[in-house]
Design a protein around this ligand. Structure first.
Ligand code: 13P
Ligand code: SF4
Length: 363
């Protein structure tokens, strides 16, 4: 989802970080509980410092569903703000300081292609197929799941979502992230020959009729460009240097990487594991650099590094910065509701069903 960002006036662009911080703090104080700033763990330090709540995509969706705040400013990517809009009331308003902050992974699947694949797969089997969309997807994809007996999942509840689906059907159609789907299904005991990939550009998604019939999980051919940067060779190198090192990875990483890792889980899981680890322990983390660098600073008694010789980062998350956050708040304060994220009612109703199924999973 790529939308045009609001043009920020030149005089505002020239403000120092100190001045921007001051203005943000002033508007926050003025609006009080009417305003809630949510920040994803991948935000930069200067932005996350202003978040009233920080979290992974699941935690932030849950907070959005429970808050009474009138203005919710989402420091994250567009699908997260869309999710917040879906789970809040029509009286509440959700904003993203740069509506152009999309997500490479979410853009891997278009609803038309997903619907075509769904029809094709359904025509080949009489089994019940349950669709699951990773929260990193457009509202239309979530609506599709709501309409077709499926649900949304995040990286912190994908196993529970798959279990929910298998209690209701024989097959799961999982999109758009093939890695989260494969890593989770395999960890639940589903063998690789029952997990297939659907390539929308190939006849039968690049499969034979027989493999489709025997598949239990059909994965969309999508991936996160940031989490593709981590590889097994580098893990082996680190282990040669320090056999005691703990390798912890986000489930958007490749299957091979997840297989050789010591631990795998969402950003919230990664944070918890490192927080609870003994002093002096050594960790290499396969996820976005802002989170890893923050963990490094928070736990100077532990050796923490990113699982790569460079620092993979999410360009989309980096589109939210101190300047556009300050401008967003300034405009809300002046009653100018720029960058509001509004999911069309046509999608919101069905997407809410799929999101609520996820939120109920963990209650
Ligand atoms: P979390 O669900 O762990 O917050 O991850 C979201 C995301 O975009 C990871 O790349
Ligand atoms: Fe999307 Fe990957 Fe960025 Fe997460 S890290 S927001 S999945 S592009």
């Amino acid at each position: 989802m790529t939308l045009n960002p609001t043009t920020i006036p030149k005089d505002f662009l020239g403000l120092s970080a100190d001045e921007l911080n001051k203005r943000i703090i002033e508007v926050k104080a003025k609006l009080g509980k009417r305003l809630l700033i949510l920040g994803h763990h991948y935000m930069s330090d200067d932005v996350i410092a202003h978040a009233n709540e920080r979290g992974d995509s699941f935690a932030l969706a849950k907070i959005a569903a429970q808050t009474d705040a009138e203005f919710i400013v989402f420091c994250g990517v567009h699908f997260m703000a869309e999710t917040a809009d879906i789970v809040t009331t029509t009286a509440q308003k959700v904003f993203i300081p740069d509506p152009g902050a999309g997500c490479f992974l979410a853009d891997c699947a278009r609803i038309r292609d997903v619907e075509d694949a769904w029809q094709e797969i359904k025509s080949m089997t009489s089994e019940i197929i349950v669709p699951i969309t990773y929260v990193n997807s457009g509202a239309d994809m979530k609506a599709f799941c709501g309409d077709n007996g499926g649900l949304v999942c995040t990286s912190s509840n994908a196993a529970r979502a798959l279990k929910w689906a298998f209690e209701r059907g024989e097959k799961v159609f999982f999109f758009p992230d093939q890695h989260l789907g494969r890593n989770t299904a395999f960890a639940m005991g589903i063998p690789l020959n029952e997990i297939i990939l659907w390539d929308p550009d190939e006849p039968l998604g690049g499969n034979s009729l027989e493999t489709i019939k025997q598949a239990r999980v059909i994965l969309w051919d999508g991936f996160c460009i940031v989490h593709q940067e981590f590889n097994v060779d580098y893990i082996e190198k680190l282990r040669q240097d320090d056999p005691q090192i703990n390798i912890i990875v986000h489930p958007e990483c490749d299957f091979d990487v997840a297989q050789v890792a010591d631990y795998m889980g969402s950003t919230a899981y990664i944070i918890r594991m490192i927080a609870e680890a003994p002093s002096g322990s050594h960790w290499a983390v396969a996820t976005e650099r802002n989170l890893v660098n923050r963990l490094k600073k928070a736990y100077p008694d532990k050796r923490i590094e990113i699982l790569q010789f460079f620092e993979p980062y999410c360009k989309s998350m980096a589109q939210i910065n101190l300047t556009n956050l300050a401008y967003q708040l300034d405009q809300i304060d002046h009653g100018n509701l720029i960058n509001q994220v509004i999911v069309e009612e046509q999608y919101a109703v069905s997407a809410r069903i799929a999101l609520n199924r996820m939120l109920e999973l963990t209650q």
